[in-house]
Design a protein around this ligand. Sequence first.
Ligand code: PMP
Length: 395
Amino acid sequence: METFEELDDWHRELRSHFPILTDGPDQAYLDSAATAQKPRAVLDTVQHYLTTANANAGRGTYTWANATTALVERTRTRVAAFLGDPAPGRPSGVHFTSGTTEGLRTIARDWLPGHLRDGDEIIVPFADHQANLLPWLEAQQQLAGQGVRIRVRELPYDPASHDYDHRALPALVTGRTAFVAATHVHHVYGGDMNVHRIRAAVGPDVPICLDAAQSVGHLPVDVGGLDVDFVVFSGHKAMALPGTGAVWARNTRGAAFRPGGWSGTPNTCGIASLEAALDWLDAAGTDRIRRWTTALAGRLTDGLRGCAAYRILGCQQSLAADSTVQRREGIVTFRHRAIPSNDLGFVLASHGLMVRADGHCQGRAGESESSVRVSLHAYNSPAEIDRLLAVLRSL
Ligand code: PMP
């Protein structure tokens, strides 16, 4: 309650920046883990770029081409700074992608095989998003075709909290552990996966790759504090245009990350939108965004726990933002005990409540049954949560 009162003015002002929300007040967009809505500053930047400087980047010597090349280089530095990199470009680097899936796949295809030797082991998550599992398995297969055998081990989970089992992890680490992939915030259970604890378990030399699809733009992400080697995210989930994303690479453990092949024309207006989105997020304050979305998630979990018909997946309660055990960020996933989740999704849609109801692209060890996911961003309001709860209670 305190958070809502304290941040009420901030939230009202901020919500007014989203034309799609102010033009459709009867709709509640509760699917920001899939993609986020765009503030006017991002839309205006795209319009401005396309009407004043649209050209290709890294080619041509005329004004618009130079402006576009400068935009791309400036946004690389902007992404690194947004992630807390104290010295962008020295030796770290930023590579633009269409999203997290392409980013992780590029690391698995262009960097990982050269880093691994016969008999090496990698530790990867089997119940996170499949975008953070399939590329590593594909790399293993590709290497097997060349006679290089890699052992893939499962990053252990604590079944009660759905956090990683950080106590079990050290026992999995051997002298051959060469790479770890993890997820910052779980896209189904909404838990902060306490990835800052992984470095101590794996030692100083093992590269760690972080899927930050659900954290960048939602909470402060600091590559220094996390001591990871890759941060991969989707710009479109951080309020930039669809088809945007980036890989930040530290480039100090193993070879430097140099995506192979000719990648062609970059998504220049997407990159312009990403720069504007990061500026907007910094001005809004990712620490306040986190407080707000955590409070909204708390309101929803508290409301659902009062209804016997619903079961929340993952950690059953919204833990305080300063919890050292596990925090639930702005994602709450649940099932009705009798109504199939897909049907529930249709019912909620008929009330203008836009949620996701399916299996959420979870990896091999994920849930076998679909569920309803409510995922929040700074623009969502307590009134929207109350509307949702009223409909859920009425069923
Ligand atoms: N990882 C996680 C944790 C995600 O939530 C998602 C998107 N749901 C992805 C990866 C894939 O992102 P994209 O579709 O932007 O490639």
